[in-house]
Design a binder for this molecule. Sequence first.
Ligand SMILES: Nc1ncnc2c1ncn2[C@@H]1O[C@H](COP(=O)(O)OP(=O)(O)OP(=O)(O)O)[C@@H](O)[C@H]1O
Ligand SMILES: [Mg+2]
Length: 262
Amino acid sequence: MPQVLEFADVVVRRNTRNIIDHIDWTVTDDQRWVVLGPNGAGKTTILQLAATLLHPTSGEVTILDERLGRTDVFELRPRIGFASSAMARRVPPEETVLDVVLTAAFSVLGRWNEEYESIDERRARRVLAAWKLEHLAERTFGTLSDGEQKRVQIARAVMTDPELLLLDEPSASLDLGAREELLQLLSGYASEPTTPAMVMVTHHVEEIPVGFTHVLLLGDGEVVAQGPLAETLTAEALTRTFGIEIVLSEADGRYAARAASV
Ligand SMILES: Nc1ncnc2c1ncn2[C@@H]1O[C@H](COP(=O)(O)OP(=O)(O)OP(=O)(O)O)[C@@H](O)[C@H]1O
Ligand SMILES: [Mg+2]
């Protein structure tokens, strides 16, 4: 399988600390990764590297066969979809949902002529429907609930048909129903053969969608464990990652974790 992402001995140094500390990691185009770890572990930093928004202090990051530092990131960025709450905060609250998704195509592809505009609008409406947002197309972004805003962020990120999709905590702050709805959509998306490689950051094993294949457990900038979900996501590995003794259970492809009773 073709590689879409490769980290080789990657370090990101801030002040005197390595916030990413000698990470080796490879993602191929058929894999869906979860990056799991406590606050401050370096998860968002990893996504920023993968999104070309950050360069490593040392080591090599290769994205879609292009080496960071040796390639024009402005050519690479259109091939990567990235959704995060930091990006959502930059969306003007008065922009309509349709425009939030459509402008992904305009800004990335520089399409301004009318023929493309109507093709793009049809695609944007298809993407909105796929993420259960069609009824909100004309609403302004600022009036949406958190759950709806999360789905719009993802719709915007997939609008350009990216070869790599990066999601930073897509289900953070959602209620139980909204979280489960989003996880179902992510599972469905993850299982489609045309879907690109995915990397999703989360704090909670309960938020791992069915169909995700691999996990990177990160603690304090270092890889605690990485590999196929079924064999890598263990109580022992979570205990090392989060620094408290964890009990893990799994049912129907979904996980649940809690502290071991003392
Ligand atoms: N520009 C910076 N200067 C100094 N420290 C930084 C900088 N950017 C990030 N850090 C630190 O690097 C560490 C990793 O940050 P990062 O945002 O990647 O963590 P995270 O795993 O995404 O955490 P969270 O789960 O809270 O979102 C944190 O301790 C953070 O304070
Ligand atoms: Mg983060």
